[in-house]
Design a protein around this ligand. Sequence first.
Ligand SMILES: Cc1cc2nc3c(=O)[nH]c(=O)nc-3n(C[C@H](O)[C@H](O)[C@H](O)COP(=O)(O)O)c2cc1C
Length: 141
Amino acid sequence: MKTQVLYATMTGHSKKIAHAIAERLGSQAYDLKQNPTIPDCDLLFIVSGIYGGDSKPELISFVKSLSPTQVRKVALITSSTRNSAQGSLRQALRDTGIQVATEEYLCQGGFLFKAMGHPNKDEIEDAVTFAQNLVKEPVLS
Ligand SMILES: Cc1cc2nc3c(=O)[nH]c(=O)nc-3n(C[C@H](O)[C@H](O)[C@H](O)COP(=O)(O)O)c2cc1C
């Protein structure tokens, strides 16, 4: 199964998680800031935080340019102080017709004085395990 990892970050947590996953899966981590071209893949992991109660607008715009022929399935990995999910991002992906894994890995992400030190090593390792388990699942056609 061909996998890729895309991340969008403000304070670096998503970059750490994305690189840990990419390294273990033998794939590459692409930074949204570089406006990357995502190579065709069976499963794309999108790693990001929640900002002002929502997904990053640039990330939502970016996924609108993806297609199910290029990316067969997406899995979301999200850190935030309130363990929030990427509702708007999930919807934008669904609108493209790309299959989105029901499970989303949610982890604590520290910001200012809230939850400092998160995501920690264990949480990053759990995100890697989440990714490894999804790779084992078949992608529906
Ligand atoms: C400008 C800003 C706004 C944020 N707003 C929220 C928010 O509304 N809800 C929340 O749960 N976390 C919020 N957070 C916390 C981030 O989602 C969390 O720190 C996340 O791990 C950041 O990921 P990153 O380091 O990849 O940017 C905010 C962080 C920043 C920097």
